[in-house]
Write a protein that binds this ligand. Structure first.
Ligand code: SF4
Length: 80
């Protein structure tokens, strides 16, 4: 059974260009610590102790920065 769609949820997630509640996440079961995310998007990712971390989530605006998901060759980054 599919997930029920709720209009208000859609509005919150996708129709507030300046105030997004979507932020990047790293799935560490897929991440191989290659560093590509930190190199391509240093505003939102940093390598610390050999591990990738998401930073500056308060500056993340999904409509502007949603393409960060494409920087990971292992598809470890999602925006949720
Ligand atoms: S680009 Fe992907 S695999 Fe590489 S460090 Fe970042 S999250 Fe991990």
């Amino acid at each position: 059974m599919g997930r029920e769609f709720r209009e208000e949820e859609f509005v919150v997630k996708y129709r507030q260009p300046e105030k997004s509640f979507l932020i990047p996440y790293i799935d560490y079961s897929l991440c191989v610590s290659c560093g590509a995310c930190a190199e391509l998007h240093p505003l939102f990712f940093v390598m610390r102790d050999g591990r990738a971390w998401v930073i500056n989530v308060e500056k993340f605006v999904a409509d502007r920065h949603g393409d960060v998901v494409f920087c990971c060759p292992f598809r470890a980054i999602t925006v949720e």
